[in-house]
Design a protein around this ligand. Structure first.
Ligand code: BDP
Length: 589
């Protein structure tokens, strides 16, 4: 789905701001017709975008995963008379039912991808409209991610038993309207999708393919890359156009030189331009070859972090100041990459990474999927269908970003239990959607027990030596890592990306020798893992867990936050951040 942009033919109006909300613990909202306007009594104000949890002050509101009704009254600009009007949500977590003027127009499942609804026939230009959205974050064995699992099934479902809110994973299940809400107008026909692919790139000569989907009646599509003097037109056939074209004199996109070309798409009808769209596009190739990950034919070594979209009060909502700060800190520390652990991030972050040359592993929200919780064929099939839909929405949203160098279809799912071809099927599906990027799952299995990695292009592994075992024994790191890394390599012969390793450190806690939870221990553990990993030539990157401390559920294993950040939750560097900076900054590419 296209990122909303203002162009010569498109206009935007932001619906972000303070909305009204009311909670609905008895699930009476539909019966009481909250879609005609939520009750005045007890309604609160909430900032959109933003998670609702930390904005409010009551315990039940903080922990809520149940129905919350959002309401906003807005006007469609009078000048939009005669145009097509769309309402677009960047992300609503986890599920949304959208009502406009009392009419249900859309439902969407999946907390981190956009969806839109056409308002042309329901919302009159110039007049006031009532927008009501029912949001919930009720998770089950067949949602992605799962939640509310019965710990008795064992495996990952038994992790964090009693965690409150009830999820078995290690971050807070923030809910709400997390990303911008935008109203936009187009002409009678519009460019609905644009997909650009770099098929080959050699010495400045590139071969590309464009696929453009059109919604409405038009005749032809014009594609231009003005900077490289490329222009082509094609007649529309069945609402779509596919065209291959060559570019000469291309400066490839890379972290060192994140060159983006403006690609302009115009839709024409009766000799006039009825819609236009422009996207910044980086031309580059990514390949896995032997034990290497190659960008434009050159081996890549990833240095960076698993992150979270997480900040005080804002929760998981888009916060532009945090985007700016985090990018600055990534550069300050000398990192060149991050993973969107454990869900797709806001497009604003990807557009920023594209502009600044930060490499991204783009992950779905399939975190810690329990295969043991879906042993019935019907529930297994339902989970697979949800997971497939989320992969499709992710690829459709993000495939044009040069910064994205691989798709991670999930993190720490049960890839070591019998689950038919669940993981292989999804890897093949992702490759069918995008044949130009490597695909992986991030695993936390023993090499000998891993069942799915034969299907991956590279293997993402999470390793916690001297933290979850061998407590306090930093000297156990090298042998443990050597065993795991050579075990994966010997068995699968695929490049390995260490996606997580680290230790909690409570900022300000020190000790004269490294003791767990101190800043000294975290810093030394990170150094030792980096040293051990560097001895394995098929390790193509190391991502520290985590960039910053982040909010988790209530559980005896955590003090409010996961403290594995090398920055605090408010982005102050711990000792480990300085250690990384000394190692990484000199090689920054
Ligand atoms: C890994 C998970 C990550 C956790 C991390 C930890 O992928 O979500 O936060 O461990 O325990 O298992 O800190």
């Amino acid at each position: 789905m296209l990122y909303p942009l203002e162009t010569a033919t498109r206009e935007l109006k932001s619906l972000d701001g303070l909305w009204r909300v009311c909670f609905d613990p008895e699930h009476q909202g539909l019966r009481e017709r909250y879609f005609d306007g939520i009750p005045r009594q007890g309604a609160l104000e909430i900032a959109v975008p933003g998670s609702l949890n930390e904005q409010l002050t009551q315990r039940e509101q903080y922990l809520n995963q149940d129905f919350v009704w959002y309401e906003l009254r807005f006007r469609v600009p009078a000048a939009w008379q005669g145009r097509r009007i769309f309402l677009r949500f960047g992300a609503v977590t986890y599920r949304a039912d959208v009502f406009v003027n009392g009419q249900q127009l859309a439902s969407h499942e999946g907390g981190y991808t956009p969806f839109e609804v056409e308002l042309t026939s329901v919302a009159q230009a110039g007049s006031e409209q009532l927008l009501v959205v029912r949001v919930d974050s009720l998770l089950s064995a067949t949602t992605v991610p799962q939640g509310g699992l019965d710990p008795k099934v064992g495996g990952v479902a038994a992790w964090r038993a009693g965690n409150n809110p009830d999820v078995h994973w290690d971050f807070f299940p923030f809910m709400g309207i997390h990303r911008p809400v935008v109203l936009y107008a187009t002409g009678s026909a519009r460019i609905a999708s644009v997909r650009l692919e770099t098929l080959a790139l050699h010495g400045g000569e590139a071969q590309l393919r464009a696929r453009i989907g059109v919604d409405g009646a038009a005749e032809r599509v014009r594609l231009r890359v003005p900077e490289l003097k490329m222009e082509q037109t094609r007649e529309l056939a069945g609402g779509a156009v596919e065209l291959d074209f060559a570019l000469s004199g291309v400066e490839p996109w890379s972290p060192r030189q994140p060159k983006l070309y403006e690609v302009e798409v115009q839709l024409e009808s009766a000799g006039a331009v009825v819609d236009d769209y422009a996207l910044p596009f980086g031309v580059r190739t990514v390949q896995v070859q032997g034990g290497k990950l190659l960008l434009n034919g050159e081996p890549l070594q990833l240095r960076g972090f698993g992150k979270h979209e997480d900040a005080p009060i804002v929760g998981r909502g888009l916060s532009l100041p945090h985007l700016v700060k985090d990018l600055g800190l990534l550069r300050w520390v000398g990192a060149n990459s991050f993973r969107t652990s454990h869900y797709p991030y806001a497009e604003e972050a990807l557009r920023q990474a594209d502009r600044h040359g930060i490499l991204v592993i783009d992950e779905t929200a399939a975190n810690t999927l329990s295969m043991r919780a879906v042993t019935e064929p019907a529930s297994r099939a339902a989970l697979l269908a949800t997971h497939r839909a989320q992969i499709q929405e992710l690829v459709e949203r993000d495939a044009n970003y040069a910064c994205i160098i691989a798709w991670s279809l999930g993190n720490e799912c049960e890839t070591d239990v019998e689950s038919g071809d669940y993981f292989g099927e999804l890897v093949r599906y992702a490759k069918q959607l995008d044949a130009t990027r490597p695909v992986l799952f991030v695993v936390n299995t023993e090499p000998a027990a891993e069942r799915a990695a034969h299907d991956f292009d590279l293997i993402g592994v999470n390793l916690y030596p001297a933290w979850y075992g061998d407590c306090g024994k930093l000297e156990a790191i090298a042998p443990s890592l050597d065993r795991a890394l050579s075990g994966f390599w010997e068995r699968f012969k695929k490049p390995i990306l260490i996606c997580e390793f680290g230790a909690d450190a409570v900022a300000g806690m020190h000790s004269e020798y490294p003791l767990m939870w101190s800043e000294e221990y975290q810093a030394e553990l990170i150094e030792r893992v980096l040293d051990a990993a560097a001895r394995h030539p098929y390790v193509v990157g190391t991502h520290v867990w985590n960039f910053a401390d982040f909010k988790v559920g209530q559980h005896p294993g955590r003090v409010m936050l996961n403290h594995k950040g090398v920055f605090t939750r408010d982005r102050t560097p711990k000792m480990a951040a300085h250690v990384l900076r000394r190692r990484w900054l000199p090689n920054r590419s």
